[in-house]
Write a protein that binds this ligand. Sequence first.
Ligand SMILES: [Zn+2]
Ligand SMILES: [Zn+2]
Length: 65
Amino acid sequence: MTAIAPAPVDTTTSNSELGHIYCCNPDLALCGTDISDMAEIDAEEEVDCIVCNDLEAHPCPTCAN
Ligand SMILES: [Zn+2]
Ligand SMILES: [Zn+2]
C-alpha cells in the first residue's frame, strides 16, 4: 500500500494573483494593496479581491473630496 502525500499548497502567489481594481492611482488598489508590479486587469474581468469588490461601488477618498 502506497501512501500519497498531499500536494503542497502554494501560498506564495495566492494574494498577488487576486484581481484588484483601482481608481485614481493605478499603483494602488482600492483595498490599499500596492499593485504597481501587477498586470492590469480589464474591467470586464472578475475582481477576486473582496475588499476591492466591495469598494467598487463607492468613490475612493480622493474622489469623495
Ligand atoms: Zn478616485
Ligand atoms: Zn484589492
